[in-house]
Write a protein that binds this ligand. Sequence first.
Ligand code: NAP
Length: 309
Amino acid sequence: MTVVVFGATGNYGQHIVNSLMKRSIPTRVVTRNSKRAVELFSDYEDQLKNSMLEILEGDILSKTTIKKSLMGTKAVIMAVSAFNKKLIKKMWEIEYDATVNVMNEAKKQGIARFIYISVFYKPDPRSKIPQAELKYTIEEAIERSELNYTIFGASPSMEIFFAMIRGDENKAMMVPGGGPDRLPNICPIDLGEIVVESIDMDLPQRRYAMVGPDVISFTEAADRISKVIAQPIKFRKIPLFPIRVAAFITGLLSYFLPYISKLLRFIILLNTQFTSKIAEQSIKDHELLVSTFNYETVNLEKYAEIYFD
Ligand SMILES: NC(=O)c1ccc[n+]([C@@H]2O[C@H](COP(=O)([O-])OP(=O)(O)OC[C@H]3O[C@@H](n4cnc5c(N)ncnc54)[C@H](OP(=O)(O)O)[C@@H]3O)[C@@H](O)[C@H]2O)c1
């Protein structure tokens, strides 16, 4: 039976689809732009032809789309995010309201399995983390549902290290604030594998924090990636002070500049919230993942090879 993925074209969603295709699981992708999705999943031309992979164009804000998306499916995976410039003003509708509507429709259609990709740890709703209240409220709603749910709390994608690399000939990793001493992160390939494996599993826990074995600094990441590509990557720390000033100003204007103010807050928190206590806990969280799920961890070196291929 089919698995439906909302947010399938996103950072994490794409890898969930890759894992579903690897295991030949019939999949329905819901997207607002089917043409772009066909291009993105062009490696699966055969699966698109034989309907192993189905692309359904629609907006999660529409209850009709939700109803159509869920028909004939056995599990729902939600990896939707509105944390971008265009969508941020509709963040609560796209993330919270739609999740509740999807869960209600799943109940109506008798689909028990529901998987949600959230933030690393369930946040305190009053904390300064952007989206804290939103994600907390979504998780509370999922916990109240009678669905057979699993929440996967994703740590930052390993791609964050690569996203900070600039230049072709002379590469530099430019990091605002320099980043924390030890940043928990996960390879998006691992996330896809774990999520897909969990679909038919009877899991002892309702929530898993997703993190790889490498809880490392940006400097270490630059060094390790540079060895893989046999090219030096200079590490450059961008001072945090001007970012703090900009965050303060945009914070006052957050109604008019919601994305930029949240993004700047995120950059500051990237430097401050990942304490050594979280790093220690991340190691335990990773051990739990490898003992619960059958997957082969992709480390930074392996991902660097794939990324620069
Ligand atoms: N990326 C990270 O490093 C990270 C870290 C921690 C937690 N997370 C969590 O992981 C989850 C997924 O995040 P992501 O970064 O992978 O997302 P993303 O790359 O920003 O992708 C967002 C996805 O949401 C879909 N979407 C947005 N509005 C929609 C609408 N109205 N109707 C239907 N689909 C809509 C988009 O689909 P179309 O554009 O195709 O319509 C796209 O596939 C989120 O809960 C996020 O908080 C992410």
